[in-house]
Design a protein around this ligand. Structure first.
Ligand code: PLP
Length: 415
């Protein structure tokens, strides 16, 4: 099945973009690789690979502490990424950008510092039914420690949060609302601006897990008015082990440090330590310098491509893929929100997702199968797992055709 040209109106030059991603050029089991697992981790363009390589080949030194040339260079390159992340998120200042290992660490940092300081017995934290485990477990741990209560915004059959129910959960004991911007399991794009406003309405703070939003849409923390926003470098076409936590300066200033060690201090004696200024107060020890530099290259790359263009093209892919898959008998889409990012999560009657994934792999098609670190979402839909094809701007309609053909073969094998 070929793509009707009229369907792709954005004119996004996907073939040119694909040239930037060396990994996509290979064959798997003698078939061209069709990579549909970008929600787990996105592939890296040459500019990212080159930036990491250049750091190791030419500039490698520890940062912040050295007066020598290499240390000056690596410090400048690493800190440049902070400026890039500030612009990427439209934060007010570089000091609002904290480097972390990824979204998981960003959330844990807030739970361990702001949470320990501000949540007490009888307080409430609200999350949603759509969350990734990393936006559930840290809050559960905090609530257990503090004897606080975790409340959950329910969702409807489409996988959309029910805001009327959310409103009922808010109250004078609500301290924080933590929700994902985009669901990794379903693709739902949550109305985060409204969610943040409603939290602020009762004097609570709002944290947004942006792991699945940052690669796909323009983020403006000023417009969202989020108190905290976090994302992972590896999902935004950068390396693993690096990410960003944004926090409003006033909050970060008042928060205690996360970990103790080098770089996060101003002075140390055996009697007393004074802490460095924000953001360094939260960045103990030698960080992932190469990762930070690679993430900077990735942020430049997506910014140059244009996040609005990326979002428009991926929406075309989503519409195309949804139509294709809906023609497969016995296939049921899980997650049909009206506002949706390019995630196709589905089940097929009588065939286990792991079997689907294994057969597709033999055809060179990489999808993810399982609960996608969102077991409560699976429980809500009363299914153990889904097969998930998650798209990025380097995917094509012909790859979606290959997926649909592959699924027909899966049905033949197990039918
Ligand atoms: N939040 C969401 C919505 C995710 O999809 C993921 C990863 O899949 C995470 C958080 C955790 O990200 P990381 O493992 O990069 O910390």
């Amino acid at each position: 099945m070929s793509t009707p040209r009229s369907m792709l109106e954005t004119g996004f030059d996907v073939e040119k973009v694909r040239e930037d991603f060396p990994v996509l050029k290979q064959t798997i089991h003698a078939k061209p690789l069709v990579y549909l697992d970008s929600a787990a981790t996105a592939q890296k363009p040459f500019v990212v690979i080159d930036a990491i390589r250049k750091f190791h080949e030419v500039d490698c030194a520890n940062i912040h502490r050295g007066v020598h040339e290499l240390s000056q260079r690596s410090t400048a390159a690493y800190e440049e990424t902070r400026g890039k992340a500030k612009r990427f998120l439209n934060a007010r200042s570089r000091s609002e950008v904290i480097f972390v290992r990824g979204t998981t660490e960003g959330i844990n940092l807030v739970a361990s510092t702001w949470g320990r300081q501000n949540v007490s017995k009888g307080d409430e934290i609200i999350i949603s039914a759509l969350e990734h485990h990393s936006n559930i477990v840290p809050w559960q741990m905090l609530c257990e420690e503090k004897d606080a209560t975790l409340r959950v915004i329910p969702m409807n059959d489409r996988g959309e949060l029910i805001l009327e129910e959310y409103e009922k959960l808010l109250g004078p004991r609500t301290r924080l609302v933590a929700v994902g911007h985009v669901s990794n399991a379903l693709g739902t794009i949550n109305p985060v601006r409204a969610i943040v406003d409603m939290a602020h309405g009762v004097g609570a703070l709002a944290l947004i897990d942006g792991a699945q939003a940052a690669p796909h849409m323009k983020i403006d923390v000023g417009l969202l008015d989020a108190d905290f926003y976090t994302f992972s470098g590896h999902k935004v076409f950068g390396p693993t082990g690096i990410g960003v936590l944004y926090g409003k300066a006033k909050l970060l200033d008042a928060m205690p440090p996360y970990q103790g060690g080098g770089d996060m201090i101003r002075t140390v004696t055996f009697e007393k330590t004074t802490y460095n200024e924000v953001p360094y107060k939260f960045e103990a020890g030698t960080p992932n310098i190469a990762g930070g530099i690679g993430m900077g290259a990735a942020l430049d790359y997506v910014t140059n491509l244009g996040l609005d263009r990326i979002a428009a093209y991926e929406h075309e892919l989503l519409v195309y893929g949804t139509q294709l898959l809906s023609r497969i008998p016995g296939l049921r889409m899980i997650g049909t929100a009206r506002e949706k990012a390019a995630v196709l999560s589905f089940v097929i009657d009588g065939i286990h997702p792991h079997d689907i994934g294994t057969v597709l792999d033999r055809m060179g098609i990489a999808v993810r199968t399982g609960h996608h670190c969102a077991q409560p979402v699976m429980d809500w839909f009363r299914i153990p797992a889904t097969t998930r094809a998650s798209l990025a701007f380097y995917n094509t309609t012909s790859e979606l055709d290959a997926l649909a053909d592959g699924l027909r073969k899966v049905k033949e094998v197990f039918g």
